[in-house]
Design a protein around this ligand. Sequence first.
Ligand SMILES: Nc1ncnc2c1ncn2[C@@H]1O[C@H](COP(=O)(O)OP(=O)(O)OP(=O)(O)O)[C@@H](O)[C@H]1O
Ligand SMILES: [Mg+2]
Length: 269
Amino acid sequence: MAVLIELKDVKVYFEESAGFMKKRIVKALDGVSLKVDEGENVLVVGESGSGKTTMGRVIVGLQRPTSGLALFRGRDIYKLKGNDYKEYRRSVQWVPQDPYSSLDPYMTVREILAAPLRRWGIRDVDSTAAELLSMVGLKPPELFLGKYPHQLSGGQRQRVAIARALAVNPKLIVADEPVTMIDSSLRVSILDVIAELKRKIGLALVFITHDLAIARYLAHKSGGGRAVVMYKGVIVEEGDLEEIIRRPSSPYTQLLIKSVPDIRRPLSL
Ligand SMILES: Nc1ncnc2c1ncn2[C@@H]1O[C@H](COP(=O)(O)OP(=O)(O)OP(=O)(O)O)[C@@H](O)[C@H]1O
Ligand SMILES: [Mg+2]
């Protein structure tokens, strides 16, 4: 399988003020190396503050590393120009945690989906938008095309955010806690949509969550997945998710597993 994304010893340090004239360095990522192959399913797990979102942002081009390399098909993401940059921006899409703040409140769903379609020269904007909505389970599409984000439920908004990411036919979607802010009753259906898309389109997925049960559900539904366990800015364990849950080698993974009641029991959310 071809390597889509590679991080090589990526460090991201932030400077924080710690009172008068004092500065503190926060090591959000402290030497992360990772490969994501085409079509691969990568589940990034770890406690709050372990660097998951920062890693996602490095991959999607939103956070320049302090040091180290972030590569798209072997080339430095932060040095891409012209058509290469366009190709990367199209291939790698981001689904952020909060679908409300990421969707323009003054745009209808049709406009939200039309913008990327037009940008990438995709014709038949209306029929493609309708098709995208069906793909994420917003049916019938006519019911949703004219609506504004505030007229949608949290779950529906997140589906629109996923549809928007899919609009440009990406190779990789990086989803940052896409169901965390959604009612638990709606989580399963959104995870099912993501898993189905993953299988159907052969998309690569980097799915970020602090919740091992969610990671496990998604991996199960999409035919397996590789877990990347983070702790304080480093990857402490990596491998097949089920295998890791059965035999965690890092104490931090063990803690994560303990925080989910009944994780070893048959699947439920
Ligand atoms: N822009 C920033 N400026 C300063 N510190 C930051 C910034 N972004 C992240 N951090 C810090 O970097 C560390 C990692 O943050 P990050 O958001 O990547 O963690 P996370 O694993 O996504 O956590 P959560 O599960 O809570 O979303 C944290 O200590 C955070 O406070
Ligand atoms: Mg985060």
